[in-house]
Every structure is written in structure tokens, then in C-alpha cells.
Design a protein around this ligand. Structure first.
Ligand SMILES: Nc1nc2c(c(=O)[nH]1)N[C@H]1C(S)=C(S)[C@@H](COP(=O)(O)OP(=O)(O)OC[C@H]3O[C@@H](n4cnc5c(=O)[nH]c(N)nc54)[C@H](O)[C@@H]3O)O[C@H]1N2
Ligand SMILES: Nc1nc2c(c(=O)[nH]1)N[C@H]1C(S)=C(S)[C@@H](COP(=O)(O)OP(=O)(O)OC[C@H]3O[C@@H](n4cnc5c(=O)[nH]c(N)nc54)[C@H](O)[C@@H]3O)O[C@H]1N2
Ligand code: SF4
Ligand SMILES: [Mo]
Length: 697
């Protein structure tokens, strides 16, 4: 038997752990952590082993399929490409360019080939109806980066390995493995922080796995963190602790804006004691190396933009931005910022609800209405790429119905799932272990500068196609139909470059002048050292200054002040993640789904008692958008008045070919979340803090 051990990195989440894969006679027999990786240092989680299940999953498509009256039929690649590049332009000719909509899902950012070739393909469609997971995820981070630092991807990450005070809001990295902060083995990093004498403070409506290991945890009423953060800034300034760098403007305007946001006022709204807010402000400002970090819980809520702005402001006014132990800007070997424009907001608005675009994308919560609402510019065809928005986006039921009304739909996806079952044709890309990997995005968000290239672990079968090959063929096919132009010539040339070649170019022009050849000699990755100060030189604003006083945010404060904080028997619904789930799509791995069910509605026993409900009972969870039935589980870890459901469940729908996932119980939380609930600043979906009632079934 031929046994080899190969190196790659796991691309299932943002931690990009180095792994060692044992291959025996062409089959994966073992996956373990790679101790030599300078970033992950051997860490992996249970999901890494599922890379193997993905490889062997009989439900995974390996060739394109087309819907026929007698069910799905396999078709050849050329026939599939031809169908797509015929139908999409035909629909655009008849109904206008915007009649084709595009949804780009989460795994795209984890695939090198999608990042190098997909944008060119999408550009050929020249539609304004572009959507992605961004607007139900990190949009407020990108908005804050764009406003304050001049580029949507210039995101500051907590320097977790050197900080002595980590204030964490709306993040549970012990389950999620970290996000907008690539820090594999967060648990170990937090322990080290505490061993250094540092402190971890968690603000979350649930006592999470992360809160359990923190030094302090405070419940916060969902959707009210903005008030807490403004009060921290208020207190820091009032205590005379504000000290901004010479390149920072706007402190006076911020002082004025946070004037009314006293700790007492914030306490009344958030449920966190005024004395605690004062103390945290003091500790944060005086610890010397403090970092405030907020993630999904403070992004996908009604005041996400204020939250992410205020987090930056807190770091900046306490002198913690761009200093070791504070929040810092990574300097990866391939500069991801070059591949993406600086950003823009509101260049156009969505047709039906008038929500603004950001960076060329409209809020995903408008997708269903753009398909269903008659009139000029209505979406008649969809392209979904690595996304399952029927389960992942608010009011998913409505989208489920909307997709059924389309004239044409194509999905680039390895599975026939809740979303792609609506497609006319599905193009499946080769799985992760069959592709080369360099992580363009997550080195850009990593807490240490490292670089790692890995050749594919397994050979791609001849009939399989890489995602970048699919995008190249589709883009070329669409391009063939356009008249000759300079753009056409340069686009064609760009499409010919392989991901490998593009990474090599990126490495060569990058700050360390590396090359693919050099990286390939260290398949366990190379260490480029801890994060380094970079301001003001690295700012993308021409004047190399940061203006704290962002109008759009300051103008939104009255909306916060006016927000309804009363409680009339309603509960607020929030989300959660579990180490063994991965958004909507890893439930087809038997190894990951085994064990105790984890889809239940978590609820404080007091709230159960008030409603005469019992632990384990089936209940209806209802919002303005819909109702789901689910078992309730009593949990003292929940803040009273708050209930929690994870997303990514809701399998078992007719036509989906997911033999394991279809057996997994649990409704889709996004059948209850409400597409009408958004942060109006940039249109981010507010899937946290959804008012619901819970009643016996
Ligand atoms: N209520 C609620 N909703 C949420 C969230 C929440 O916290 N609460 N979280 C939101 C967040 S942060 C995100 S990122 C979204 C994620 O939601 P989506 O963008 O829908 O992403 P996934 O659920 O990861 O879906 C992955 C899809 O990509 C396919 N896929 C997997 N690998 C590949 C690949 O390599 N290539 C291709 N072409 N396809 C692939 C899978 O089969 C699956 O169909 O969900 C969001 N929805
Ligand atoms: N195992 C696993 N890992 C994942 C994923 C997965 O599905 N499974 N998904 C990946 C993706 S796409 C992403 S974006 C990241 C997300 O990474 P994280 O942001 O760490 O994700 P969550 O674990 O959902 O943590 C969000 C926390 O916010 C809290 N929360 C909800 N509402 C509020 C609020 O109003 N205020 C405050 N302060 N807290 C609130 C929730 O209780 C929860 O603990 O995880 C990634 N990693
Ligand atoms: S934490 Fe788990 S899922 Fe994430 S990259 Fe590491 S092994 Fe993969
Ligand atoms: Mo996400």
C-alpha cells in the first residue's frame, strides 16, 4: 500500500489551521493538526476530519446536473456551460441586465480559485442585483474600515497574543474558532493571555463557551451594545483618558455626540450596571494594552454600524489602535486590499425598498422582494455560488418560494440542497482536498503574519473541474457574446492566468518579495513575525488621517436614542454557533452530526415558568415574519428575556439530496428572522434581537 502524509490547510473556517493528511492508495485515512504551522501550531477542531467526509460523500456531485421533467440528469461540462451562457444573456436581452441576480455565499472566501476567477465572471453579467453573505455578516466591519481607514478590507484585528485586556462583544470564538480575527486555537491564546496576568471580558446575552472561560461576563440586552460602547467612550473622555494620535481628527465632535450617553443611561438600556461600565472604561483605558473586539452579535443587529464604529473609536481614543497588544493591521505576503476596490456606499439603491449598495452589493434581505415584486428591473434569473440562502438569509421561506418563480437558475455548488434544488443546472466544483490553497483573505485578518502555500492533496479526477475553471469557462462564454474591446482583451488575458500564477505574482509584488517557489519549500508555512505598527502610512485616505466624526454614524444616533427598549411579553431571539456545525452545509457529515441534538431553543427557566412551559416541550416561536416549531431547552446560561436558536438547520425539504442532513432535526431560524429588520445605515440584516413570542404548540 502506498501511504503518504501531505500538508494542507483546513479551509472550513477562518482559522485556516495547518493539517497533515494521510493518504493510503488514493484515500484519506487520517487528518491531524500540523505542529509546524507557525500560526495554528497543531490546533484543529472536529470539523477538520470532515474534510475527508466531504471527499467521500456519495451525495456530493462530481459532474453537472440538469433538471428535467424526470428529475436530475447528468450532463457534460460543455453542455452545462453552453446552457448558462445562452440563457442568462437571453434573459438580460429580454428584461434588462438587472434581471439576473447573483448570490455569493460564504465558502467563496475560503477558496483561492473562487477569489481569483469568480469576480471576473460576475462582472460579465453587469447586473446591479448582486448579493452576498456580507450583508448578513461583516458588513459593519467593512463599513467602519472604509469610513475610518479608507479601505473596506483594512480591518484592525485584536493583537490577542500580546494584549492584556480583551473586551469581546457578540463573539464566541470557542465555538466559531474566531472571525475577522484569524487566531487558530483561540482557547489556548486566551489561556496564555490570562497566564500573562491579562483579563478577558465578554459581553453577550448568553453565557457562552467563551464567556465560561473569561474573567468576567456580562449579559447585555440584544441590540443595545451601541449604548454600552458609547457610554464607554463617554466615560473614557470624561475621565480625561482620551489621547489620540496626531493623525486623528474629530475627537471634539465625538465628545459632543457621546455627551448624552452616560453610563446610567446605557445601564437602563443594556442591563449592564453603570458602575460596571465605569470600571470597564477605566480598566480599558489604563491597562496599557487593551483591545476591543466585536463580532457577529454586534454586526448583524439593528445598530451594527454604530457598534463597529464605536469599537474602533474606543480603541483609537485610548491609544490602543496600531500598538502591540491593542488592535493592529496585518501585513500579509499577498496584499488582499489590491484585489478589491476601496469601497463605496449608496452608489445605487435597491429597487423595491431603497436600501443602499455597499461595495457593489445590495443587502441580501432585499433578494426575495426583488424576485417577487413585478416591474422593471425585477430579477428573473439567479446565479448562486457557494451559498444556501434559503437557510441562511432572513425570511428564508419567502426566498424558497421566490426561487420557484424564476425563469432560470444556475448554482455553482457541490450539493443539491435547500437552495440549489430550485436550479435548472448545477455546476459542482472539485472539493477542498483536490485544490491548491493559499489563503488570500484570512492572512489579511490574522493575528500573526505568516504565509502558507499548499499543493492539492489529492489529484482531481479527469471529469472534475475546479471552481476557477468553471468561472473561466462561464466568463469566456459570456465574453464571446460581447463586441471586441480593450476590456475584452484584458479580461481574456486575466482569465488565462491560473490561481497559482496569480498568487506567485501577488507574492512577488508583496511586502516580503516572496515567490511561490520559496513558499513551496516550506509547505508547513513560514513565519513573518508579529503584527507591526503601520499608521498613518498604511491609511488609504489620501490625507493619511483618520476622521472619527463620521456623519453617517453620528446622524444615526437619534435612531438609537429613539429605539424601543420596552418589553411587552416579547422575547428577543439571537443566534448561536456550535463547534461541530458549519453554517448551513456540513450537516451531511455523519461524524459531525452524531451526538446530542443541538438545535433546540434555549430559554431561561424563569421565562419558561412565566409561560407555563416545560423543558423539552415543543413550542412555537413566532415573529412578524413567521413561525417555527421546535423543542425548548431550559438554560441558565440565557439572559432572561432572550432566547437562542442556531442557524443552518431546516433540512429535509423535498428534492434536496442530503441523505444524512435530511435526518437532522431542527427548523431553520431564518424562517423566523425578519427580512424587514435591518440596520438601515448599510442594510445589514438584523438576525440578532428579533422580537418573538414563544407559546406551547
Ligand atoms: N439567523 C442567522 N442567519 C445567518 C447567520 C447567523 O448568525 N444567524 N450567519 C450568517 C453568516 S455569518 C454567514 S457567512 C451566512 C452563510 O450562509 P451561506 O452564504 O449560505 O453559506 P453556507 O451556509 O456556508 O453555505 C455554503 C454553500 O456552499 C456550498 N459549498 C461548500 N463548499 C463549496 C465550494 O468550495 N464551492 C462552491 N461553489 N460551493 C461550496 C455548500 O454546498 C452550501 O450550499 O449565513 C448567515 N446566516
Ligand atoms: N463551528 C462553527 N464555526 C464557525 C461557523 C459555524 O457555523 N460553525 N461560522 C463561521 C462564520 S460564517 C462566521 S461569520 C463566524 C462568526 O463568529 P462569531 O461571531 O464568534 O459567531 P457566534 O458563535 O455566532 O457568536 C456570536 C455571539 O453573539 C452573541 N449575540 C447575539 N446577539 C447579541 C447582541 O445583541 N449583543 C452581543 N453582545 N452579543 C450578541 C451570541 O450569543 C453569540 O455568542 O463563525 C465562523 N465559524
Ligand atoms: S478551526 Fe476547525 S474548521 Fe476551522 S480551520 Fe481549524 S480545523 Fe478547520
Ligand atoms: Mo459568516
Amino acid at each position: 500500500m502506498a501511504t503518504t502524509v501531505r500538508r494542507t490547510s483546513c479551509n472550513l473556517c477562518e482559522a485556516i489551521c495547518g493539517v497533515l493528511v494521510t493518504v493510503e492508495d488514493g484515500r484519506v485515512t487520517d487528518i491531524r493538526g500540523d505542529e509546524s504551522d507557525p500560526l495554528s501550531r497543531g490546533h484543529i477542531c472536529p470539523k477538520a476530519v470532515a474534510l475527508r467526509d466531504l471527499q467521500d460523500d456519495p451525495d456530493r456531485l462530481t459532474t453537472p446536473v440538469r433538471r428535467t421533467p424526470d428529475g436530475w440528469r447528468e450532463i457534460g461540462w460543455d453542455a452545462a456551460y453552453e446552457l448558462v451562457v445562452e440563457r442568462l444573456p437571453a434573459i438580460q436581452r429580454e428584461h434588462g441586465r438587472n434581471a439576473v441576480g447573483v448570490y455569493l455565499g460564504n465558502p467563496n472566501v475560503h477558496s483561492l480559485g473562487a477569489l481569483t476567477h469568480m469576480p471576473t465572471m460576475v462582472r460579465q453579467l453587469r447586473t446591479r442585483n448582486r448579493f452576498s453573505a456580507t450583508s448578513i455578516d461583516q458588513l459593519p466591519h467593512m463599513l467602519a474600515a472604509y469610513l475610518l481607514y479608507g479601505h473596506q478590507l483594512m480591518v484592525a484585528v485584536p493583537d490577542i497574543d500580546r494584549t492584556s485586556y480583551l473586551l469581546m462583544l457578540g463573539a464566541n470564538p470557542l465555538a466559531s474558532n474566531g472571525s475577522m480575527m484569524t487566531a487558530p486555537g483561540v482557547g489556548r491564546r486566551l489561556k496564555d493571555l490570562q497566564r500573562r496576568g491579562g483579563k478577558v471580558v465578554v459581553i453577550d446575552p448568553r453565557r457562552t463557551e467563551t464567556a465560561a472561560v473569561a474573567d468576567e461576563h456580562h449579559f447585555v440586552r440584544p441590540g443595545t451594545d451601541a449604548a454600552f460602547l458609547l457610554a464607554l467612550v463617554h466615560q473614557v473622555i470624561a475621565d480625561g483618558h482620551a489621547r489620540t494620535a496626531p493623525y486623528v481628527d474629530g475627537l471634539a465632535a465625538v465628545e459632543q455626540a457621546v455627551g448624552p450617553w452616560t453610563p446610567e443611561r446605557a445601564a437602563a438600556i443594556t442591563g449592564i450596571d453603570a458602575a460596571v461600565i465605569r470600571r470597564i472604561a477605566h480598566e480599558f483605558a489604563t491597562s496599557g494594552r487593551a483591545a476591543c473586539y466585536g463580532r457577529v452579535g454586534v454586526s448583524t443587529q439593528q445598530f451594527g454600524a454604530i457598534c463597529q464604529w464605536a469599537i474602533q473609536v474606543l480603541n483609537i481614543v485610548t491609544g490602543n489602535l496600531d500598538r502591540p497588544g491593542g488592535t493592529m493591521f496585518p501585513r500579509p505576503a499577498v496584499n488582499a486590499l489590491l484585489g478589491l476596490g476601496r469601497g463605496h456606499l449608496g452608489a445605487w439603491k435597491s429597487r423595491v425598498r431603497g436600501l443602499p449598495e455597499f461595495g457593489g452589493e445590495l443587502p441580501v434581505s432585499t433578494m426575495a422582494e426583488e424576485i417577487l415584486t413585478p416591474g422593471d428591473g425585477r430579477i428573473r434569473a439567479m446565479v448562486t455560488i457557494a451559498g444556501n440562502p434559503v437557510l441562511s438569509t432572513p425570511n428564508g421561506r419567502r426566498l424558497d418560494e421566490a426561487l420557484d418563480t424564476l425563469d432560470f437558475m444556475v448554482a455553482v455548488d457541490p450539493y443539491i440542497n435547500e437552495t440549489t434544488r430550485h436550479a435548472d443546472v448545477i455546476l459542482p466544483p472539485a472539493p477542498p482536498l483536490e485544490r491548491d490553497h493559499y489563503d488570500v483573505i484570512f492572512h489579511q485578518l490574522a493575528v500573526r503574519n505568516t504565509a502558507r502555500w499548499n499543493d492539492a492533496v489529492l489529484p482531481k479526477p479527469p471529469k472534475a473541474r475546479h471552481d476557477w475553471e468553471i468561472f473561466r469557462e462561464l466568463a469566456s462564454g459570456l465574453l464571446r457574446r460581447t463586441p471586441m474591446s480593450r476590456r475584452k482583451v484584458t479580461t481574456t488575458a486575466r482569465l488565462r492566468l491560473s490561481p497559482r500564477r496569480i498568487v506567485d505574482l501577488g507574492l512577488r509584488i508583496g511586502p516580503y518579495r516572496l515567490s511561490l517557489r520559496k513558499l513551496r519549500t516550506s509547505p508547513g508555512g513560514i513565519d513573518l513575525g508579529p503584527l507591526q505598527p503601520a499608521l498613518p502610512g498604511a491609511l488609504h485616505h489620501k490625507n493619511k488621517r483618520i476622521d472619527l466624526a463620521q456623519r453617517m454614524i453620528l446622524d444615526d444616533l437619534p435612531r438609537l436614542a429613539a429605539s424601543d427598549t420596552g418589553n411587552d411579553g416579547e422575547l428577543l431571539l439571537i443566534g448561536r454557533r456550535h463547534l461541530r456545525n458549519n453554517n448551513s452545509w456540513m450537516h451531511n457529515s455523519a461524524r459531525l452530526v452524531k451526538g446530542r441534538p443541538r438545535h433546540q431553543l434555549l430559554m431561561n427557566p424563569r421565562d419558561l415558568a412565566e409561560r407555563d412551559l416545560a423543558d423539552g416541550q415543543l413550542v412555537n416561536v413566532s415573529s412578524a415574519a413567521g413561525t417555527v416549531a421546535v423543542e425548548v431547552a431550559a438554560s441558565n446560561d440565557m439572559m432572561p428575556g432572550v432566547v437562542s436558536l442556531p442557524h443552518g438547520f431546516g433540512h429535509g425539504r423535498p428534492g434536496a439530496r442530503l441523505s444524512v442532513a435530511n435526518q437532522v432535526a431542527g427548523p431553520s431560524v431564518n424562517d423566523v428572522t425578519d427580512a424587514e429588520l435591518t440596520d438601515t445605515v448599510a442594510g445589514t440584516s438584523a438576525v440578532n434581537g428579533v422580537p418573538v413570542t414563544v407559546t406551547a404548540c
